[in-house]
Design a protein around this ligand. Structure first.
Ligand code: NAP
Length: 279
């Protein structure tokens, strides 16, 4: 067996062409230009790169973006005031607050101040609650991108046992909710989980979102499984060790070029959707 490569880079590229056409159509019909406001607090170089990649994607599909940069010393009150201003700016369709923010800031309070209509990165408690209930809401961008990738490759989820390693509010938890909504049987693991290897060995679908290089070992994963790796670490290493996997699993995401491009694609797709809906 040679695994099907779930090529997020190629899929994101072709979806960008569709998004570009959809933006042109919207503008030709007199609709407003989709504009994503990005907020970067502090000077973390990786965060700055991620924000730039998101802005570049907006430009590629004909959307606008507004870059807000705030110093590392920013207080919660200052950030809340900025978000409030963007919530009330009719030019802005979507708001991205780049995670993580400096530690003196109450990140949850800031995420939850983003208006639900502009929560195109899917970070609010309200959006997560709606999603968990199976109601319409913008999904958290990384799991939403993963779901688009799985759908594109017609990966069967219903009745399958999916294991999600990681329970963060922006990744593990919404990923589990989306898989559950798609009728998978879901196990969620975290740093206190016992017998990780035994649990992973039972899963048909393995999603790695632990933020630790190759913490999930290749020999834990059963033959024929679907392997989704959200991690990215220096040297192109993911959260899942890949040694020998390609020869015995049925599908896997490359690192890089799997989940990352689909995350950005979900963000800009949802920004277009927000622009179409208005508020
Ligand atoms: P995070 O907030 O640090 O959460 C990590 C999760 O992994 C936590 O729930 C933690 O458990 C769990 N964990 C840590 N060590 C573990 C262990 N030994 N065994 C089992 N679980 C363990 O990270 P995140 O923001 O969700 O990101 C996860 C990964 O996805 C990172 O590699 C990140 O770079 C990547 N990511 C990629 C994208 C993209 O666009 N491609 C976007 C976002 C994130 P506790 O809850 O018990 O602490």
């Amino acid at each position: 067996m040679s695994a099907l490569i779930l090529d997020g880079k190629a899929l994101a590229k072709s979806r960008e062409q569709q998004l570009h056409a959809a933006v042109e159509k919207l503008l030709a019909a007199g609709g407003r230009k989709p504009v994503l406001a990005t907020i970067l607090v502090g000077d973390d170089p990786s965060s700055a790169t991620y924000v730039q990649m998101k802005q570049n994607a907006c430009a590629r599909v004909g959307m606008g973006s507004a870059k807000i940069e705030m110093p590392a010393s920013t207080t919660t009150a200052e950030l809340l005031a900025k978000i409030d201003q963007l919530n009330n700016d009719p030019e802005v369709c979507g708001i991205l607050l780049q995670h993580p923010v400096p530690e003196q800031i109450n990140e949850r309070a800031c995420f939850d101040t983003i208006a639900i209509a502009k929560d195109v990165d899917g970070v609010t408690t309200q959006g997560y609650g709606l999603l968990a209930m199976g109601e319409p809401a913008f999904g958290s961008a990384t799991p939403a991108g993963i779901m688009t990738l799985l759908k594109h490759y017609q990966i069967e989820l219903s009745g399958k046992h999916a294991i999600v390693l990681g329970r963060s509010p922006i990744l593990g938890k919404p990923m589990a909710a989306m898989l559950l909504n798609a009728n998978a049987t879901v196990t969620i693991c975290h740093s206190r989980t016992e017998n990780l290897a035994e649990l992973v060995a039972q899963a048909d679908i393995v999603v790695g979102a632990v933020g630790k290089p190759e913490l999930i070992k290749a020999n834990w994963i059963k033959d024929g499984a679907i392997v989704i790796d959200a991690g990215y670490h220096e040297g192109g290493i993911g959260d899942i060790e890949k040694t020998g996997l390609e020869a015995r699993v049925s599908a896997l995401t490359p690192v890089p070029g799997g989940v990352g491009p689909m995350t950005i694609n979900a963000l800009i797709s949802q920004t277009l959707e927000a622009a179409k809906r208005g508020f």
